[in-house]
Design a protein around this ligand. Structure first.
Ligand code: MN3
Length: 204
């Protein structure tokens, strides 16, 4: 086994009431675990790939053997996307309006409210299962993008700063069909300190 399910560095109930404990438990310990296990199965007998970081693998899909490529996109993506998602969740870490990321959000989107509106709209309108991301694109600019299924922005040369899982398994127990309420709640548990950190280490 090369890749391990990364532990959360917080308790399952610490995002309550916005994201509930049971959802977090199942999401991390069942869904994320399943992606991790299937990713490892796909990498069996792939010595070279086992040596690589998941970021490297997802950034260079064309180099993958054809017969495992889609499995890696699905499960390597599921492994990476969730690992990233857990790190940007935390209560009581609001956006510091004086931070560089706040200034960049303002200059790109015209203000935080517009950013939130656009991000929420992208999350609401994503049809089926997928993710919404704030990324730094190849032009070194902020961009909101949607990805289908477990597709990863790294495969498009874009670097994640923030994301939201909008698969039903991420919210259905608590929010049922009310995805917009889940999206609204998400804005209470964004770890802006972490997002800022990602921004500073990625921005050229
Ligand atoms: Mn998920």
């Amino acid at each position: 086994m090369t890749f391990e399910l990364p532990p959360l560095n917080y308790e399952y109930d610490s995002l309550e009431p916005f994201i509930d404990k049971t959802t977090m438990q199942i999401h991390h310990n069942k869904h994320h675990k399943a992606y991790t296990d299937k990713f490892n199965v796909a990498l069996e007998n792939q010595k070279e790939l086992q040596e690589k970081k998941v970021e490297e693998i997802l950034s260079d899909l064309d180099s993958l053997p054809k017969k495992i490529k889609q499995t890696i996109i699905n499960n390597g993506g599921g492994y990476y996307n969730h690992s990233f998602f857990w790190t940007i969740l935390k209560k009581d870490t609001p956006l510091n309006q004086k931070s560089k990321i706040a200034k960049e959000l303002n200059s790109t989107f015209g203000g935080f409210d517009t950013f939130k509106e656009q991000f929420s709209k992208a999350a609401t309108t994503l049809f089926g299962s997928g993710w919404v991301w704030l990324v730094l694109n190849k032009e070194n600019q902020l961009e909101i993008i949607q990805t289908k299924n477990q597709d990863c922005p790294l495969s498009q040369g874009k670097f994640p700063l923030l994301c939201l899982d909008v698969w039903e398994h991420a919210y259905y127990l608590k929010y049922q069909n009310k995805r917009p309420e889940y999206i609204e709640a998400f804005f209470n548990v964004i770890n802006w300190e972490k997002v800022h950190e990602y921004f500073l280490s990625t921005k050229k």
